[in-house]
Design a protein around this ligand. Sequence first.
Ligand code: NAI
Ligand code: MG
Length: 356
Amino acid sequence: MKPYNIAVIAGDGIGPEVINEGINVLNTISTINPDVQFDFTHFPWGCEFYSRHGKMMDEDGIEQLSAFDSIYLGAVGFPGVPDHISLWDLLLIIRKSFDQYVNIRPVTLIKGAHCPLSDVQREEVDMLFIRENSEGEYSGAGDWLFKGKENEVVLQNSVFSRKGTERIIRYAYETAKKQGKTLTSISKANALNYSMVFWDQVFEEVGKEYPEVQTASYLVDAAAMLMIKDPKRFEVVVTSNLFGDILTDLGAALAGGIGLAAGANINPEREYPSMFEPIHGSAPDIAGQGKANPLASIWSASQMLDFFGYEQYGKMVLEAIEQLLVEGTVLTPDMGGTATTSEVGKRVNELLVSIA
Ligand code: NAI
Ligand code: MG
């Protein structure tokens, strides 16, 4: 069979270290099933590239990437390059150009993962966040008037289009229906009297097409509290770009920490490549020391396998991560261990082979 063509943007800091381990895992899947092959093409884009060329990626970068089946991204950002540049000129450009309007972030407390809540059963933390990923509060619309003057004014506008709002909410209903789960919408219509009133209205409208899906709707502040106090309420969750960004970091903290949290940026129509990444950043504080936890990046590789239709292998990778955590002997320092990034990666691969 034809190999999947994967564009690899390892990026900055710990990005290359963790991506390397994810690639090893995908290659292990190829040894388990030789019909599933991957061809990796590396792009040297990111902040180091910026410091040499004055740009985060090639001018025709989007064109170059468009031919790939998916993009596997480490992290971008490094001291010296302002974060809004590294974010907007690479990550957000890719998400927007490829209409990756769905951001999927699992918040699942797998066996062996640490949860800071003392009175919670493992199965009670099992959420799937579906975050709007193309507009909303991160539309980049606004203005900066009278810069530096006394009457300085800054406008940062949110954009909620009917098309954009409907499609993310419909995607969430479809997911909840397929998985036989409840669907919770998180918004803030009491304070955001246009955007979130509209969001709630669309959530109700689209819901009429899915009478079988049980729903709930919370204000974002209450939702943040309930995620801690009663996480089992949340199964499939749909929310806006900003709220999803914040709540999924909270979710990451509930489900094993930043070293485990993965995210997929999906173009559901498959017109363009989708992008898979750990949600953590480039962690300059530990870069180059072999301390980075590769599990988030490996989990995002398992999301890629799911997306290609190989759910059995995606599940197998998660099982290997779970077994590693339960063993508890080969862990990086953020999880209380002393192992290096590559030792953890190697152990995941061994477990994967033994599971297969
Ligand atoms: P960060 O996620 O890089 O680091 C936060 C803390 O978590 C640090 O103490 C770091 O050592 C630790 N950490 C993160 N990932 C880890 C891993 N895999 N294993 C062990 N420890 C890990 O977030 P921070 O410090 O806010 O940002 C650093 C840079 O990364 C900035 O330039 C920021 O813009 C960028 N960034 C990029 C993202 C992306 O490319 N998707 C996402 C978030 C931040
Ligand atoms: Mg974030």
